[in-house]
Design a protein around this ligand. Structure first.
Ligand code: E4P
Length: 218
């Protein structure tokens, strides 16, 4: 299972890259706005130390302009993945860019039907947003289960399920249970994955007991 980090905060990405857990990065226009920096500069800086896919989202809503924006963004680095919305135009752009050999992440997927279209358009990744479905009283993970099951039925569907809008470790564990290929995780949720009170408690008592032995390993 691959872990992408869902942020445009370069310092956070650098820090979390040191954990050895990060396989790629996703950004979106809201995250870029939050960074307060120039889009191209942020993507270029991330790609200077991340080898895996780095998603950069188009801003246009018509396919020809999305394709032009995709070409421009793809020039930043070879691992830039062009993110397009799950619309008719987004999928047209996806097909063209994918056929040219560019990685495409189809974002804002909220139904199994949309995920089928993304796979048919040749997307490298489809991003179903689980947290936003939870927010409206649905169970976002049901969508992941549906997409994983459907994609399994077709050997020619090579699109990877990229679980997005992740809010908690439970989303990550459920996604792993369902066999999703990738989860993109905000830094705070990634840090939570490490935590368990019994780990802290156990370590505390081991350290106390070790100190009582008066020994040192080095
Ligand atoms: C995915 O690529 C999106 O950037 C992200 O997961 C959206 O998450 P949100 O619903 O927390 O904004």
């Amino acid at each position: 299972m691959k872990f992408f980090i869902d942020t445009a905060d370069v310092d956070e990405i650098r820090e979390l890259t040191d954990t050895g857990m990060i396989d790629g990065v996703t950004t979106n226009p809201s995250l870029i706005a939050k960074s307060g920096r120039k889009f191209a500069d942020v993507i270029e800086e991330i790609c200077s130390f991340i080898d895996g896919p780095v998603s950069a989202e188009v801003a246009a809503i018509d396919a020809p302009t999305m394709i032009k924006e995709g070409h421009k963004l793809a020039q930043i680095a070879k691992n830039v993945t062009i993110k397009v919305p799950l619309t008719v135009d987004g999928l047209k752009a996806c097909k063209v860019l994918s056929d040219e050999g560019t990685m495409v992440n189809v974002t804002l997927c909220f139904s199994p039907a949309q995920a089928i279209l993304a796979a048919k358009a040749g997307a490298t990744f489809v991003s179903p947003f689980v947290g936003r479905l939870d927010d409206i009283g649905l169970d976002g993970m049901d969508l992941i289960a549906d997409i994983c099951e459907i994609y399994e039925n077709y050997a020619n569907f090579e699109t990877q399920v990229l679980v997005a809008s992740v809010r908690s470790p439970k989303h990550v564990v459920d996604a792993a249970r369902m066999g999703a290929h990738v989860v993109t995780i905000p830094p705070s949720a990634l840090r939570q994955l490490y935590n368990h009170p019994l780990t802290d408690k156990g370590l505390d008592s081991f350290l106390k007991d070790w100190a009582g032995t008066g020994q040192s390993i080095l």
